[in-house]
Design a protein around this ligand. Structure first.
Ligand SMILES: [Mn+2]
Length: 483
């Protein structure tokens, strides 16, 4: 964002003035209809059936008897100037609601409803002056309730606090002295951290304004219940992940046909992220890693500033996000289109280890079982390399991270890694070997789902990873470029 900085600043000042003027106009305005532009699929609600969201809310509540649940959505900072708005994963998972500044209040069965409602979404009231800047907003009310498939959509935040006070004063929560002992289950950090400041402040205010109410945020609270729920992907979620993976495949293809020595890593980044955007991805699910030469051995290198040299390997660890679900696919390319014999033997070992791990999976295993299996494969290999200490080691010495992770709305998705992996869980297998003394790093990462029969299916099987095929694709592209 280089040009236009000055005008951006003055329009921000203007915006603040307009917002103040607009406050007097905040009220329910009747004419936001289904024909408004933001009603395109995937713009207002995420791309899943509302029945999915409802089922998740019911499942969450099935274990809660002694209180209510309040989930806060993300607010839009600086009206879209600082960064693009993204709903947080908890709110998105339970409602699909994308509206900035929203919240969800849930009352379990067995407790009295709040004026007939157990599922209430709060969204900001419409503000006509603001809408000139942010677009038409859905108003709280019956129409929004129908869209979101909840019983009420009320006004954030005044009505949220009045509903919380109403819940706390239910007779079911009161002791003989009339003091409320309601539990309020929410997701909030102990300290205000990046991205969770609103949640932290909410918990603080709840402690202050709702006397006697116990705010439950710690371990064993809804964050861990929801975290375990999020591990299992429904067919609708797997379809979104598949879309994210396919887009990432397009990006890997564009890397393979454009990569050549003399380019900068950031040029490759721009090519792959263009493929993301062109194919409907909203953003990269995590910072794109394009690491060449020595940086192929640095795991979370994402500066992407180096010039790519002819003999380099280039590790490209990337993932498109689609409707808030992210892929995570790594390919390693020879910069000049051909692996050296040394690069190829390391590459083949990593590729074989990945295939062996997927084939080795059996129901009841956890991710650690697969990790140990791959460590053993590397240990048994006859290959050797020297580390920076001058000593020679077998290959498991150069495999320094864990074999994989759950994948979903977070790239390192939620859930307990010590538990056996079950059908519907999506995870990565990404063995890697990183030999700094040879500036040689290889990582190959694909995305898998556990099938109902307990086998493992590779969701990214269409994205080439065999060294022969990578060399063939790169050679054909070089021929087309005329060299
Ligand atoms: Mn990964």
């Amino acid at each position: 964002m280089n040009c236009g900085t000055t005008s951006m600043k003055s329009s921000r000042r203007l915006l603040i003035g307009v917002v103040l003027a607009g406050l007097v106009l905040i009220e329910t305005v009747p004419f936001a209809r289904a024909t408004d532009y933001y009603d395109e699929p995937g713009v207002r609600l995420l791309n899943q059936p509302v029945s999915e969201y409802k089922a998740r809310r019911q499942k969450l509540l099935s274990g809660i008897k002694d209180g209510v649940v309040l989930i806060l959505g993300n607010v839009e900072e600086e009206t879209g100037i600082e960064e693009r708005y993204r709903q947080n994963n908890w709110m998105a998972y339970l409602t699909g609601v994308r509206t900035p500044g929203s919240a969800l209040l849930l009352v379990p069965q067995g407790l009295p409803s709040l004026d007939g409602a157990r599922e209430i979404v709060f969204i900001p009231p419409r503000n006509l002056m603001m809408e000139r800047w942010t677009g038409v907003q859905l108003a709280p009310g019956d129409e929004a309730a129908k869209f979101f498939a909840v019983e009420r959509v009320l006004s954030y935040r005044d009505e949220m606090w009045s509903k919380l006070r109403e819940a706390a004063s239910l007779p079911a929560f009161k002791d003989a002295e009339g003091q409320s002992h309601m539990k309020l289950y929410t997701i909030a950090p102990r300290e205000p951290r990046n991205g969770f400041v609103g949640e932290y402040k909410f918990a603080e205010q709840a402690r202050r304004d709702l006397p006697g109410v116990e705010i439950v945020t710690g371990a064993g609270s809804i964050a861990s219940i929801l975290g375990e729920m999020r591990k299992f992907k429904s067919p609708a979620e797997i379809a979104l992940l598949q879309k994210a993976i396919d887009i990432t495949g397009e990006a890997q293809h564009d890397i393979a046909v454009n990569l050549k020595p003399g380019m900068y890593e950031y040029e490759i980044q721009s090519i792959l992220e263009a493929a993301f955007t062109r194919n409907g991805s909203e953003r990269p699910g995590f910072p794109s890693i394009v690491g060449s030469g020595i940086y192929s051995t640095i795991l979370h290198y994402s500066a992407n500033r180096k010039k790519i040299d002819p003999g380099d390997l280039v590790v490209c660890d990337i993932g498109a996000e689609y409707s808030l679900y992210t892929a995570d696919i790594t390919r390693t390319y020879p910069a000049n289109g051909k692996f050296t014999p040394r690069q190829r033997e390391i590459y083949q070992l990593v590729l074989d280890a990945q295939a062996a791990a997927a084939a080795h999976f059996k129901p009841g295993m956890d991710s650690n079982d697969l990790h140990r299996f791959v460590v053993e494969i590397f240990r048994m290999s006859p290959l050797r390399a020297r580390d920076v200490d001058g000593k020679e080691y077998s290959m498991e010495h150069f495999f320094i991270h864990s074999l994989g992770h759950y994948l979903g709305m977070d790239v390192h998705d939620t859930g307990d890694y010590t538990k056996a992996m079950l059908p519907g869980e999506v995870f990565t297998i990404e063995p890697g070997i990183y030999i700094q003394t040879e500036k040689l790093g290889v990582r190959i990462e694909d995305d898998y789902v556990v099938m109902p029969d307990g086998s493992v299916r590779k969701l990214s099987s269409k994205i080439p990873s065999s060294p022969d095929e990578i060399e063939r694709i790169m050679a054909e592209a070089q021929k087309r470029r005329g060299r």
